[in-house]
Write a protein that binds this ligand. Structure first.
Ligand SMILES: Cc1cc2nc3c(=O)[nH]c(=O)nc-3n(C[C@H](O)[C@H](O)[C@H](O)COP(=O)(O)OP(=O)(O)OC[C@H]3O[C@@H](n4cnc5c(N)ncnc54)[C@H](O)[C@@H]3O)c2cc1C
Length: 316
């Protein structure tokens, strides 16, 4: 049996940020992840300036490819305008591996299947034992599934289904495009140029909204590809998209059960307007680590529920 103080299930931004902060508090932690890093994570990779602040760095300190946007090209139900803003995009394959390495925490490539509580300790797959358990396993986190009550409200209203592809492409337009509620999509689509000649295009929408409108995400995906082609943004590319789902922030998520904590997508923290989840994952990971190290309560009220204030500079 491998014994540790804190067992973190999932080495994405939430788990890595938690481990990084625990390391600063000199707490022994171990990360378990079913994937080896660098790993692919379907994500547009848009991040706000606050992400760097939470990580304690400036954008100039980030060692991998970073795109800087001084405006977004927006289409809102077909009405087009340019929104001045100050945002960034990373490639998740680089960003997540960098966060994990930076955490400086022991890592074990392991897929968590079973969790038991024995004499106040969390026993995972009869192999790992810890006093604290952090569920950072994303949308299908086993910690949430096995130790927390199912949140029906989260499932009904907050489930976002998304499809995207990131690929090498010599794009000629380096601006970021966002289409909101285009063709009655209950969500938005994006075109995000990345550093070193990569492009990310995708689409995400409310699962319930699509069901209510009796349309599928695939139908909207096809409309997006037509638009990209028509506008000359992407031509002649044979798309092979990946699908994924995640939860928007619910009103009162259950985030702690004894010494088990949920962070990031395992908790469902993406902003309600833009589905921005990277910042919330990092912030919640840090808050959970502080609560463990300082024996404080774990509160998530400081994590923004909406992204728009930061887009227009109302929140730094
Ligand atoms: C298509 C798409 C586009 C998005 N675009 C953006 C964006 O532009 N900006 C933004 O801020 N957010 C975006 N998001 C949301 C963002 O990707 C997530 O909120 C973020 O990845 C959450 O991080 P996390 O660490 O909680 O989870 P994840 O990054 O999902 O990491 C969870 C980790 O847990 C591991 N794991 C899962 N199950 C197990 C198990 N049983 N045992 C061991 N390990 C396990 C996984 O391998 C994974 O590495 C997007 C999401 C999607 C789907």
């Amino acid at each position: 049996m491998i014994e540790t103080d804190v067992l973190i299930v999932g080495g994405g931004p939430a788990g890595s940020a938690c481990a990084w902060r625990l390391n600063q508090h000199h707490h022994k932690a171990l990360i378990l992840d079913q994937a080896n890093f660098p790993r692919v994570k379907p994500c547009a990779g848009w991040i706000t300036p606050a992400v760097f602040r939470h990580l304690g760095i400036t954008p100039d300190d980030y060692p991998y490819g970073l795109t800087r946007f001084s405006s977004f090209k927006i289409s809102l139900k077909g009405f087009r305008f340019t929104l001045p803003t100050h945002q960034y995009a990373i490639r998740r394959i680089e960003f997540d591996a960098w966060l994990l390495e930076r955490a400086g925490t022991e890592f074990n490539n392991h897929r968590v299947k079973n969790i038991e509580i024995v004499d106040g300790r969390y026993i995972v797959d009869d192999q790992f034992s810890a006093h604290y358990l952090v569920g950072a396993g994303g949308t299908h986190c086993p910690v949430r599934r096995m130790l927390f009550n199912p949140d029906k409200a989260l499932k009904k209203d907050g489930l976002i289904v998304a499809k995207e592809e990131e690929f090498a492409y010599s794009y000629h337009d380096d601006r970021c495009y966002l289409w909101f509620f285009e063709d009655k999509l209950p969500g938005y689509a994006w075109y995000v140029p990345k550093a070193e000649g990569y492009l990310n295009v995708g689409i995400g929408g409310s699962a319930q909204g699509l069901k209510d409108r009796k349309v599928t995400l695939n139908e909207h995906w096809d409309l997006l590809l037509e638009k990209l082609e028509d506008e000359g943004l992407v031509t002649g590319h044979d798309f092979k998209p990946d699908g994924h789902s995640y939860y928007l922030r619910s009103k009162s998520p259950q985030f702690r059960q004894g010494n088990a904590f949920l962070v990031g997508d395992a908790l469902g923290l993406a902003t309600r307007d833009m589905g921005e989840g990277i910042g919330a994952a990092i912030q919640s990971g840090i808050l959970a680590a502080d609560a463990i190290a300082n024996h404080n309560s774990y509160a998530i009220n400081s994590i923004p529920r909406f992204s728009f204030p930061s887009l227009i500079g109302l929140r730094k």
